[in-house]
Design a protein around this ligand. Structure first.
Ligand code: SF4
Ligand code: SF4
Length: 687
């Protein structure tokens, strides 16, 4: 091979590549800081599981075949990386492979590696053909079919097929025409051809084509391979396929502690930030470098499409679209950002005719289904919340319906603004102590009722069912009565961090003053705030969702169940219990133990459950675009013949109840909380 030609190609390719990468990396360094360096061990574990193990691709039942396809192409890339070093080295030093540790002809490693890369080259050919089949014949709706994607696939096919052709030519030139082209050979292991079955097969198939043709295979295969690799490498940083480079780093720098990661605490004492209008995320330069890396890393695979309740119900939002809009804007502003650190013009990215339409920003229920399935760990919800913070705190541009809700929270500590002194009225007729002094020895747990349990008629019944179960099990508990306020979850998710922190600080102060250690609540949003977010404000408690606590009482034999529920019972996973707090089993155990037929799962369940439509403050906003999320969820329950939809969240309860009514099936289908199911089953034996 010609080392001068190779030097020219290599230097030109690497110089251009380095310049493109320099611009991308320089842009990321212009964005905001974020600490993603600590806990290296955990990060390496993430890299192995999600990055190298491709767990989010191969782990999904719904998409096994495309997951396997990506897995093999990805691993083909990794394995062929070493092969590229060998091929490029051969141009400078014939027999270059002999110089590499464990890859010389005396080592079994050389033959094993030959077998693996040959096998993977063949597999990658098949997988790329399968990918083309999916783009041309079956065409999943979630995919972007564009020329760039097809070009990338064609280049991958080119990389592996040219190497196979080069190898086949080499094998034939050595064995048929006596060329000295450094075929690996060992008295025990045999020759390289014995370990490269697919290249050897191609060699056998073309053996009769003559020496001239084989010499062309050898030379043309080699140089076209080199040119394709260099072209491919240089295409990546200037195209939407930058993710090929950034996917593994993005996984490595991913959020630790997911799914329990709290919203980042805003410093509301920072007067300069208020003066400059710099709270939240309003302009592209306010992204952190990790958020910028997220944008480069989106593969546009669209897995976040059909999992998103808003996309399914025709709202203008999915994580992929959101990423595309922001990334295109970042690309457009690249020169300005590199030059001045700022994007052009004034004003917010959010607005009618701007980068992100308000309908898009406010559609998100923060359900995190998209993050759950994203194969490269893109973090969407924190970015959405940061953008809402800018809208709410800096521009007072939240949806108008939220204004009354905020007012209610400010004045009376609940979203309806009902008299705070009525908060404990639901308890009438039940003997539940109210904590006014630090708990004495005779209180094991504090029941946090939540706004829905305190004020909403349907959810008050669940509060009563929960309290009754605790009483029957002999749990020593108390409640806070009028001292309890909304945890502030809806304010935080809708960007009103000021209101959230006001409510949360008051709650933490009261809980700490009363020396509360253990809390049980029927609301997963309260669980999430109390358990995962209040530690930011020095509130540290052991927090149980009522399904967890009741399941514990059942396990301990303090509540004895006999199935009472007839018909088909399904379970709707609340997002803030399942995806946010990883609890899928406790409520299922209670449903199964309470129902004669056990539990019938919906297609969308557990970590891929479909949101009810209430999270992220959406409960308090109008839903005027597309169809309604709750009605779609109820339809999914009907699909499996459910006559009872069990759930474990007051917001889900309300949304599903409304969905059933909207479908006119309230006489055939009911929605029950797990506490109600357990209480009914208990009453037939213990009660
Ligand atoms: S955000 Fe994730 S799931 Fe959605 S298109 Fe991008 S890579 Fe795919
Ligand atoms: S968090 Fe939920 S609603 Fe928001 S974009 Fe992701 S899947 Fe859609």
């Amino acid at each position: 091979m010609n080392p001068i030609l190779m030097s020219v190609a290599l230097i030109a390719g690497l110089v251009v590549f380095s310049y493109s990468m320099y611009r991308r990396i320089a842009l990321l360094t212009r964005l905001g800081p974020e600490n993603r360096i600590g806990n290296i061990r955990e990060r390496i574990a993430l890299l192995f599981k999600i990055g190298l193990g491709q767990s989010k691709l191969v782990g999904r039942q719904r998409e096994r075949s495309s997951g396997a396809m990506h897995f093999f192409i990805f691993w083909g890339f990794l394995i062929l990386g070493l092969r590229e070093i060998i091929i490029f080295g051969e141009a400078f030093t014939p027999g270059f492979q002999e110089l590499l540790p464990l890859l010389g002809s005396a080592s079994i490693g050389a033959y094993l590696y030959t077998f693996v890369y040959d096998l993977f080259e063949a597999i990658v050919v098949v997988m790329v053909l399968f990918a083309f089949y999916r783009r041309i014949v079956v065409v999943p709706e979630r995919l972007n079919i564009n020329a760039e994607g097809s070009l990338i696939l064609a280049l991958i096919l080119g990389v592996v097929s040219t190497d196979l052709i080069h190898e086949a030519g080499r094998f034939n030139l050595v064995t048929l025409y006596g060329y000295d082209l450094h075929l690996l050979s060992h008295p025990v292991f045999g020759t390289e051809m014995d370990w490269a079955p697919f290249a050897a097969l191609l060699a056998a198939a073309t053996a009769s084509w003559g020496e001239g043709m084989m010499a062309m295979f050898y030379q043309l295969g080699f140089w076209s391979h080199i040119l394709i690799v260099l072209f491919f490498l240089n295409l990546l940083p200037i195209s939407k396929h930058m993710h090929v480079i950034t996917a593994l780093p993005n996984v490595f720098f991913g959020s630790l502690g997911y799914p329990h990661t709290p919203v980042a605490l805003l410093d509301l004492e920072d007067e300069e930030a208020w003066d400059k209008g710099a709270l939240g995320l309003d302009r592209i330069e306010q992204l952190t470098w990790k958020q910028g890396l997220d944008l480069y890393t989106c593969t546009e695979c669209g897995r976040c499409h059909d999992i998103c309740p808003t996309y399914v119900t025709s709202k203008p939002l999915t994580l992929k679209w959101f990423n595309e809009s922001l990334r295109d804007h970042m690309d457009e502003q690249q020169d300005n950002l590199l030059r001045t650190g700022k994007s052009e013009g004034e004003g917010s990215m959010v607005g009618d005719g701007m980068v992100i339409h308000p309908d898009t920003l406010w559609a998100c229920t923060t359900c995190r289904a998209c993050e759950e399935v994203c194969p490269v760990s893109i973090e969407h919800v924190p970015r959405i919340i940061a953008m809402r913070q800018a809208q709410t705190l800096m521009h007072d541009a939240q949806p108008a319906e939220l204004n009354n809700t905020y007012r209610g929270l400010e004045r009376n500590g609940n979203p309806w603004g009902l008299g705070y002194d009525q908060r404990a009225d639901w308890v009438e007729g039940m003997d539940i102590p109210i904590l006014t002094e630090p708990p004495a020895e005779d209180v094991d747990v504090v029941m946090w009722v939540g706004c829905m349990g305190s004020f909403d008629g349907r959810n008050q019944r669940i509060a009563r069912a929960t309290a009754t179960l605790l009483q029957k099990a002999g749990v020593r508990f108390a409640m806070l009565g009028t001292t309890e306020k909304c945890t502030g979850d809806l304010a935080r998710r809708s960007g009103n961090e000021l209101l959230y922190q006001t409510l949360a600080k008051e709650n933490v102060e009261n809980l700490n003053r009363l020396q509360v250690k253990t809390v049980i609540t029927q609301c997963p949003h309260c669980v999430n705030s109390l358990k995962n977010e209040y530690p930011q404000l020095d509130g540290h408690y052991e927090v149980f969702h009522h399904s967890q606590y009741i399941a514990k009482l059942v396990d301990e034999g303090r509540l004895k169940l006999a199935p009472s529920q007839e018909g088909t019972v399904t379970f709707h996973d609340p997002c803030y219990l399942g995806r946010y707090n990883n609890e899928y089993d406790a409520p299922r155990m209670l449903v199964e133990r309470s129902s004669h037929e056990g539990l019938t799962e919906m297609k969308r369940s557990r970590n891929e459950s479909f949101c009810c439509g209430a999270g992220g403050g959406r409960m308090w906003m109008e839903e005027t675009i597309g169809t309604r999320v709750n009605e779609e969820r109820v339809r999914q329950a009907y699909e499996v013949g459910a006559t009872t939809i069990a759930t474990a969240c007051p917001f889900c309860m309300t949304m599903i109840d409304d969905g059933i009514k909207a479908s006119g099936k309230e006489d055939e289908v009911q929605v029950l909380d797990v506490a109600e199911l357990v209480l009914a089953s208990l009453e037939s034996e213990q009660g």
